[in-house]
Design a binder for this molecule. Structure first.
Ligand SMILES: Cc1ncc(COP(=O)(O)O)c(C=O)c1O
Length: 442
């Protein structure tokens, strides 16, 4: 089959697709040619319900004219200006706005172009902070098994997904907490699991093992997304916070997925009442319309780094596209929409409950070993068949054939619909997923 882009035929040879089985995809492509609201349109003209908000990022659905207008207006004013040594007011406006919604105390922001850049930036800010305090020996980072922190070498070092590291190595000194997924005690939990807060105590053990004075930071996703939607047991994050405080170690929350309303609060830090020292953001900050990310930290961290400098540049870090004006314009338009439509808290209301009920209604499908959810994110996990991931892949492809986009994570199917999802979309998901599962499971 020949595909066309802007009326010209395209080959499938030259684009090396990221995180994709290239040969398999190119033999049988799933090609998207349009999007509006909660639907993608395929090159065949079929409608696909977007139950993943793209890649956990299109939180406002697709094609919001307000965002297009804001980006176009900024483009016409000026498309780009550097933010090394020169400024533009829209990035200062965005920082002012962000501090109104981030947890109290997180009020200094450095902008990036993606989640991976945000993670690497957060790790470097942690290093810079300790360096500024005369503690340059603090270089070890503690991550968690099954964590996803993007694809930079920093993020990879703290990530806990082995296949992502196999060919590349793990170059920063790191260690990893156990993941919090415990099906023996918590299977089929609605909301936060009751059991497992004590897993956080492992942090103290790791710190003592490595010598706490060599550790810079602990980084966790409040809810691990790409590792399979793994929820923190009640009390777990608070315990991590206490241990970090006891040893002078920074706590970083990677809120690239959980930020901007996914859990029922603007950030998971607020939802779970635990404030980190540094937090990463991306995805929802512009609802994926323009690539952008940010790192927020405390004034104390900012002041420590800035005040330690004898003059000149204080933090030797930044990207060409840090504070890209089009990203800032998109972000401000998104914040307006989130606020005007009450989207930071919507996931915690009836729509989150409707998704919870829909997901748990799948518990009777053959081979389901867990259903879990929080706010507007959840997963259905199946017992592997043949080899790990085979069933998940078949299910993801069958969902596409039924007109449904879901995220496959080995043999779990994750959903994270746009925050503007309505009951009718959840009902459609329920029908299509059950049909797909019945076909794929045989
Ligand atoms: C928690 C988390 N951190 C970082 C990233 C990396 O973000 P990006 O793909 O924008 O680099 C992701 C992407 O899914 C993520 O889920």
């Amino acid at each position: 089959m020949t595909f066309h882009s802007r009326n010209k035929p395209v080959s499938l040879k030259h684009h090396w697709m990221p995180f994709t089985a290239n040969r398999d995809f190119k033999a049988s492509p799933r090609m998207i040619s349009g999007a509006s609201g909660l639907y993608y349109r395929t090159s065949d003209g079929d409608q696909i319900l977007d139950m993943t908000a793209g890649l956990w990022c299109s939180s406002l659905g697709h094609g919001r004219p307000e965002i297009a207008a804001a980006v176009a207006e900024q483009f016409n004013e000026f498309d780009f200006a550097p933010s090394f040594n020169f400024g533009h007011t829209i990035s200062f406006e965005l920082a002012d706005r962000l501090q109104t919604i981030t947890p109290e105390g997180i009020d200094r922001f450095l902008f990036t172009g993606s989640g991976s850049e945000s993670v690497d930036t957060a790790l470097k800010i942690a290093y810079a902070y300790h360096h500024a305090r005369g503690q340059s020996g603090r270089k070890r980072l503690i991550g968690r098994m099954r964590a996803y922190h993007g694809m930079g070498f920093g993020g990879l070092s703290v990530s806990g997904l082995t296949p992502n590291r196999t060919a590349f190595g793990s170059w920063l000194p790191s260690d990893h907490l156990r993941d919090t997924h415990d099906l023996s005690r918590n299977a089929f939990t609605r909301g936060l699991p009751a059991h497992g807060a004590e897993m956080a105590d492992e942090l103290e053990m790791l710190l003592k093992f490595h010598d706490p004075s060599t550790v810079a930071a602990v980084i966790v996703e409040p809810i691990a997304g790409a590792g399979g939607v793994l929820l923190p047991p009640k009390g777990y994050l608070k315990r991590l916070r206490e241990i970090c405080d006891a040893y002078g170690i920074l706590l970083i929350f990677d809120e690239v997925i959980t930020g901007f309303g996914r859990t029922g609060s603007a950030f998971a830090a607020q939802e779970f009442a635990v404030t980190p020292d540094i937090m990463t953001m991306a995805k929802g900050i512009t609802a994926a319309t323009v690539p952008m990310g940010a790192v927020g930290c405390t004034k104390a961290i900012y002041d420590t780094v800035v005040d330690a400098s004898a003059g000149g540049i204080e933090l030797f870090h930044g990207y060409t596209y840090s504070a890209h004006p089009l990203g800032c314009a998109a972000a401000l338009a998104c914040l307006d929409i989130y606020e005007a439509e009450g989207l930071y808290t919507r996931a915690g209301g009836p729509i989150g409950k409707a998704l919870e009920d829909a997901l748990h209604s799948m518990a009777d499908l053959p081979g389901v070993i867990d259903v879990r959810n929080y706010g507007l994110v959840g997963a259905i996990e199946f017992k592997p068949r043949d080899k790990p991931g085979a069933l998940g892949t078949a299910l993801m492809k069958q969902c596409w054939a039924e007109g449904l986009m879901v995220r496959q994570i080995v043999d779990a199917i994750a959903v994270s619909p746009p925050l503007v999802v309505e009951d009718k979309h959840i009902a459609e998901f329920q029908d299509k997923f059950r049909r797909a599962a019945e076909t794929a499971l045989g």
